[in-house]
Structure formats: C-alpha cells, structure tokens
Design a protein around this ligand. Structure first.
Ligand code: KIV
Ligand code: ZN
Length: 387
C-alpha cells in the first residue's frame, strides 16, 4: 500500500521568530528560507507583513528569491492585513495567504470582544477577500483546541464554503493532550460536511511538551499538514519541532503509514544554521539534533554499539546529515578542509569571514592538538556572528 503524504509547513520565520529574544534581519531570513527550500519543506511561512516594514520586506524578498516551496504570509482576518500580506507574497511562484481569527469563548470575550456571529461573519468575509487574490488560502481558527466544538465546526465549514483551501487547527496555548487532540481532529473530520474539499492542518504549541505527540495523534486521525519550526522554536515553549516530527514518521514508518518529502540529510545543517542565526542554543539532550542525541556514555552501551549499531541506535546519524568526521582538524590542516567542515556544520561564510575564522583556528591549533566541532562552533560564534 502506498503511504500517505504529510505536508510540512515550516513556520520558523514567523512563529519561530516570535521566540522571546529572537530577531532576524532580511539577509538572515533569506539564508534560512533558502536552506528550508533545500530541506524540502512544502510551505515556508515567511512572516507577518503587517507587523512591520522589516517583516514586509523580508517576506517580499523571500517570495522573490526562493523557489520550490509555497511561500505563505500571515494576516489577521481584516482586509487591510490581507492586502498587505498579498502585496508582500504575490511575487512568489506559489503564494499563499494564511489568515486567522480566534474562535474560543475566552479569546472572543476578552481579546476580540466580539460575539460568535460576528466572528463567523468576519471569517467568511476575510477568506473571500483573500480568495480574490489567490486560490491558495489557509484559514486558522485561533485557539481552536479550547473552542466549543460545534461552533468551531460551523466556522470551519463556512470558511471552506468561502474558499479556504487549507484549514489549520491550532492548539495555540499547548493545552491539548495526544488522545484528546486526536479525537478532536477525528470529530472535526466527522462533523464538517465539506472537509474533504480542503487540506486539514494542525499547529501545535509545546507548553506541556506535547506538540510532536499531539501532531502525530492528529495525523493518525486525518490531519494532512503539520506546522513545525526548526529546533521547535516559537512563542513561549515553542512549536512542533520539525526534525522530531519528520524523523518520527521516517523512523516509525513500520507503524505510521505516512511520509514527508523532506530531505532528511539536510536536517542537521538546517538545525545548526537556525541555532546560529537566532542565537538560540540547542540543549544537549534535544532529540535528533542535540549534541548527545547520538552519543553513548555507558560502557555497556558503547560495547553494544561497537558490536552492532542498532543495539542502542534507532536512527542512523547519517540520515540527518550528521557526517562522521573522518578528517581530524589540527595545525596542519588547510583552509579547504576547514571550510568544508564549516559547511558540514551548517555555517556559510564569505571570504572575509573565512579569513578571520581561519586565523583564529590556526592560533587555537597551535595550543591544542585536535580541534573539535565544539571548538569550531566557538570560533564561528566569536569571529563571525558577533561582529
Ligand atoms: O498559535 C497559533 O494559533 C498561531 C496562529 C496564527 C496559527 O500561531
Ligand atoms: Zn502559533
């Protein structure tokens, strides 16, 4: 049987950039978007154009320059927001407008101060407005997982009738648990009569550490798109971690009959690049991309792995592009080997940056016999990212 496709919608540059303390400039965003295209994500949410002139320009630059994935721009449901999103994204080969309004009683009462009927009306108007521009419109009922199910289904059905081609169900505050969220998605599929006319998506936050588990449960119950961020960055505790989601489906394809089109060999490099440009370090024991993810400390484990890798390794590190470093860098190493290792670690440097980093590397190599990947990362941090 052919396994079903799951679309990967990457929101590193939008929700990811909403991580406290993270602010990327246009060049950095373009660098990340280019790498995301290489990674093979289906959709890049490039930003929220109404938020600032910088966000607008970044979305526009990505739309102009990055080919392959669909490029999405976020907008609240009002026409001005949608116009601005379209203005930024329209130059893309495959543009998408992603528009949202909250549907939970708590958000409608305190934040929007609008009754249900008005929210329903605005959702329909907004989706129709976006459809004037493009036939690729995503609609999100914000805080869906805390919304009244019948009202949520009413809004979703109306949004699809108005032309939404993707409907995204956000667990905005990371409140859901896997069984419950799976049942929630199944109920939406059952109750919304026109659901087959749209792609059903989920967007999970990680406040309880359950974003990946909730997304998996959603897929098992009929979701076809998952919204993720590299290294799981995003508002508060972040979003579904792209690398975990993709590798869970890949590694457990014996159980899950779903696949993505992600080039898993680009995962490690993408993770390093995002960490380096956002300044958000990756915890050592982070699944898939943490420094310890493939390290074996205990004697029993080391012995097992030496005899047969699969005794204690469920994934081959090469599958995420973690190339074993056969070349030991030291004082006799040249610029070429140094540059190659930088690239393998996800650092793209121009000539000036390479010169600076190489000089520092040589002086470190005079003091230390072998230069580790950690040393190289420290050199890059010191010489390149902080200038
Ligand atoms: O968490 C959320 O609800 C969002 C929406 C804008 C999709 O980020
Ligand atoms: Zn979010």
């Amino acid at each position: 049987m052919v396994s079903k496709r799951v679309y990967i919608f990457d929101t590193t540059l939008r929700d990811g950039e909403q991580s406290p303390g993270v602010s990327l400039n246009i060049n950095e965003k373009l660098e990340i978007a280019t790498q995301l295209a290489r990674l093979g994500v289906d959709i890049i949410e490039a930003g929220f154009p109404i938020a600032s002139e910088g966000d607008f320009q970044a979305v526009r630059t990505i739309a102009e320059n990055v080919e392959g994935p669909t490029i999405a721009a976020l907008a609240r449901i009002d026409p001005q927001d949608i116009d601005r999103a379209w203005e930024a994204v329209k130059v893309a080969k495959k543009p998408r407008i992603h528009t949202f309004i909250a549907t939970s009683d708590i958000h409608m009462k305190y934040k929007l101060q609008l009754p249900r009927e008005t929210v329903l009306e605005l959702a329909v108007k907004g989706v129709k407005h976006a459809r004037q521009y493009t036939d690729d419109v995503e609609f999100s009922p914000e805080d869906a997982s805390r919304s009244d199910l019948d009202f949520l289904c009413q809004v979703v059905e109306a949004a699809i009738d108005a032309g939404a081609t993707t409907v995204n169900i956000p667990d905005t505050v990371g409140y859901a648990t896997p069984e419950e969220f799976g049942q929630f998605i199944a109920a939406i599929r059952r109750k919304v009569s026109n659901i087959d006319r749209t792609i059903l998506s989920v967007h999970c936050h990680n406040d309880l550490g359950l974003a990946v588990a909730n997304s998996l449960a959603a897929i098992a119950n009929g979701a076809q798109q998952v919204e993720c961020a590299v290294n799981g960055i995003g508002e508060r505790a972040g979003n579904t971690a792209l690398e975990e989601m993709v590798m869970a489906l890949y590694t457990r394809k014996d159980f899950y009959d779903y696949h993505t089109e992600i080039n898993t060999k680009e995962i490690y490099r993408t993770s390093k690049q995002v960490s380096s440009l956002t300044g958000m370090s990756i915890q050592s024991n982070k699944a898939i991309v943490g420094r310890n993810a493939f390290a074996h400390e205990s004697g029993i484990h080391q012995d097992g792995v030496l005899k047969e890798r699969t005794t204690y390794e469920i994934m081959n590190p090469e599958m995420i592009g973690l190339v074993q470093n056969n070349i030991v860098l030291g004082k006799h190493s040249g610029r070429h080997a140094f540059r190659q290792r930088l690239e393998e670690l996800g650092f793209e440097v121009d000539k000036t940056e390479l010169d600076k980093a190489f000089t520092r590397f040589k002086s470190m190599a005079d003091r230390k016999k072998e230069i580790s990947d950690k040393d190289i990362e420290a050199i890059v941090e010191a010489e390149i990212r902080r200038i």
